[in-house]
Design a protein around this ligand. Structure first.
Ligand code: ZN
Length: 130
């Protein structure tokens, strides 16, 4: 049943990818659905390669394939964290309970990342806008 575990880890990493999207867009008040994921610098719509969790980042060497802007290490870190959390939970608790705990870890990472995203958007203390 190794395929099931691999599938669960993959799902966890894809959820990590979605967490990045949510943490980036929710604080800006943008939709999670539209527009499609794109480079914040040049506007290029991301393709399949860009969207592979962790591996896409490594293939692109952390940069946009079109304009070369640095993507930042946070996105692959969150994806890897989700995948590793799921893998560790399954390895220690077994597939059934491990998957439940793994998804709880992913949810926790998601809440933390989105909260941090909102924190980044908050005006600095003492600024006129605050
Ligand atoms: Zn770009």
């Amino acid at each position: 049943m190794l395929a099931l575990q691999a599938y669960l880890v993959l799902v966890a990493m894809l959820l990590g990818s979605f967490i990045n999207l949510a943490a980036d867009r929710l604080p800006r008040g943008e939709s999670l659905v539209r527009p499609r994921s794109h480079c914040r610098s040049c506007g290029r719509v991301l393709n399949m390669v860009d969207l592979i969790p962790v591996a896409g980042y490594l293939i692109r060497k952390g940069r946009c394939a079109t304009c070369g802007v640095a993507i930042g290490a946070l996105s692959p870190t969150i994806e890897a964290l989700c995948g590793a959390g799921m893998l560790a939970a399954i390895a220690t608790l077994g597939t059934g309970r491990g998957a439940a705990v793994g998804f709880a870890v992913v949810a926790l990472v998601g809440v933390t990342a989105v909260a941090a995203g909102f924190g980044r958007m908050r005006p600095k203390r003492g600024s006129p806008a605050g």
